[in-house]
Each structure stands twice: as structure tokens, then as C-alpha cells.
Write a protein that binds this ligand. Structure first.
Ligand code: NAG
Ligand code: NAG
Ligand code: NAG
Length: 208
């Protein structure tokens, strides 16, 4: 009986993944025309920028960031983090945002790691690269921020060839982000193994 309950809870735990989504509404109280965004937009169309800057309420799930310039650069002007759908009445007295994206992999149940180059104003800005494979290197930058999905764990190394100082980044949550600072990460392996003698970094709780 107890085993059956555990299996049932496990199913529930794994069934609560979500698709990251934000919907902007023209009027207060989620009324009026709506613009729903479920993908990454490095360069919004002028009409979309006007719609967003004039919105008065929105609903969002996941972690969303809107930047003043294209390609997620310049000032971070809009941000929202929640793992359940949250709706707010808000007069968007913002500068128009030119780019908007959710952080990390779209499928929060799947094991993945995303790395960020950072921009002048934000450690989560700039280039984002997402990996679901067993190993990754040659990033072209030293990551300023990491996002993990699927409750996965990854070993980060200070050298390109999976050697040097290592850290085991792990989480029990479906979607967490954190700065690896001051660690320098140049390569990753999926999973952690005691043979590397890695420092342990458990992400979550206060990580977002
Ligand atoms: C954004 O990045 C793309 C691809 O790297 C590039 O072609 C484009 O010129 C960039 N746009 C701006 C405004 O920087
Ligand atoms: C949302 O986050 C809280 C706190 O980090 C966590 O306890 C909870 O399990 C998460 N829920 C989902 C659906 O991921
Ligand atoms: C970032 O800041 C440096 C130093 O102030 C500047 O030279 C560079 O052009 C800036 N980069 C961007 C993308 O704004």
C-alpha cells in the first residue's frame, strides 16, 4: 500500500512539468486583445513591441526576460519568475522591449543545461546555449549564469577537456537558475561521479 502511494506521488511529481508561456493583455483584468508568447524572440516586430509596451496585465509561467535591445542585450526591462501561472495587473510604463525569451529548455521535465554569455547589464543576457547531450565544451565564452531543467545534475570543469577543478551542479527542482561565480566553467558532463572529487553545489530554494 505504501509502495503504491510512493509510486503515485512520483507520478504526480513528474507530471507537473510546464510549458513556459507569457500572455500580455491590452486591458486590466486580463481583458482585451492578447499576445501570447511561447518561444524566444531575439528581435520582436515593431507591432509586437507596441502591443507589449501598451499592455495593462499579463499572465506568465516560467522565467521570462525582456531586453531593451535585440539579442537580449542592454537593460533587462521585464522579468518574471514563477513555476505556477501568475497573473498581474500592471501598467507597463516600460521602455519598449526589443527581445524577449524564457530561460532554459522549453520542456522543463527534460534534463538540460543552459549557459549564458551575459550582457553588459545582466548575467542572464546575451548568448544562450542549451545542451541535452552527454557532454559539451567549446562554448565561446565563460558562462555567467546556468539554468538546469528536469531535476538534472551536471559536472562542470575548469578546462575544455573535462579536467581541472570540477563542481557537481545538481537540483531536485524542474527549473532553476543561478550564477556559477566565481567558478570558471569550460566544459560539462551530464551527471556527477565521485571519481572527479567535485565540489557539490545543490541549486534550488534560493537559487532563482
Ligand atoms: C542578433 O544576432 C544575430 C545572429 O547572431 C545577428 O545576425 C544580428 O545582426 C543581431 N542583431 C542585432 C541588432 O544585434
Ligand atoms: C515550485 O517551486 C517550489 C519552491 O522552489 C517547489 O517546492 C515546487 O515543487 C515547485 N513546483 C513545481 C510545479 O515545479
Ligand atoms: C559593454 O561595455 C563596454 C565598456 O563600457 C563597451 O565598450 C561595450 O561596447 C558594451 N557592449 C555592449 C554590447 O553594449
Amino acid at each position: 500500500m505504501f509502495l503504491r502511494l510512493c509510486v503515485f506521488l512520483t507520478c504526480i511529481y513528474y507530471a507537473v512539468g510546464y510549458t513556459q508561456e507569457v500572455t500580455f493583455y491590452a486591458d486590466y483584468g486580463l481583458q482585451g486583445d492578447a499576445l501570447r508568447i511561447r518561444s524566444k524572440h531575439p528581435q520582436l516586430q515593431p507591432c509586437e513591441m507596441r502591443q507589449i509596451v501598451n499592455m495593462k496585465s499579463y499572465c506568465a509561467i516560467g522565467r521570462w526576460e525582456g531586453y531593451i535591445s535585440a539579442n537580449y542585450t542592454d537593460r533587462l526591462e521585464f522579468s518574471h519568475t514563477n513555476n505556477v501561472t501568475t497573473c498581474l495587473n500592471l501598467y507597463f510604463n516600460y521602455y519598449p522591449i526589443s527581445s524577449i525569451r524564457y530561460l532554459g529548455f522549453s520542456e522543463t521535465l527534460a534534463p538540460s543545461i543552459s549557459i549564458y554569455s551575459g550582457s553588459n547589464d545582466s548575467e542572464t543576457g546575451g548568448i544562450e546555449r542549451t545542451f541535452t547531450v552527454e557532454s559539451a565544451n567549446n562554448f565561446g565564452f565563460i558562462p555567467t549564469y546556468l539554468v538546469l531543467t528536469g531535476g538534472s545534475s551536471w559536472t562542470g570543469f575548469s578546462n575544455e577537456d573535462f579536467t581541472g577543478e570540477s563542481t557537481c551542479f545538481s537540483t531536485s527542482e524542474l527549473h532553476v537558475g543561478f550564477s556559477p561565480h566565481p567558478r570558471i566553467i569550460r566544459s560539462f558532463l551530464k551527471g556527477c561521479d565521485a571519481k572527479y572529487g567535485s565540489e557539490i553545489y545543490e541549486a534550488g530554494l534560493n537559487a532563482e
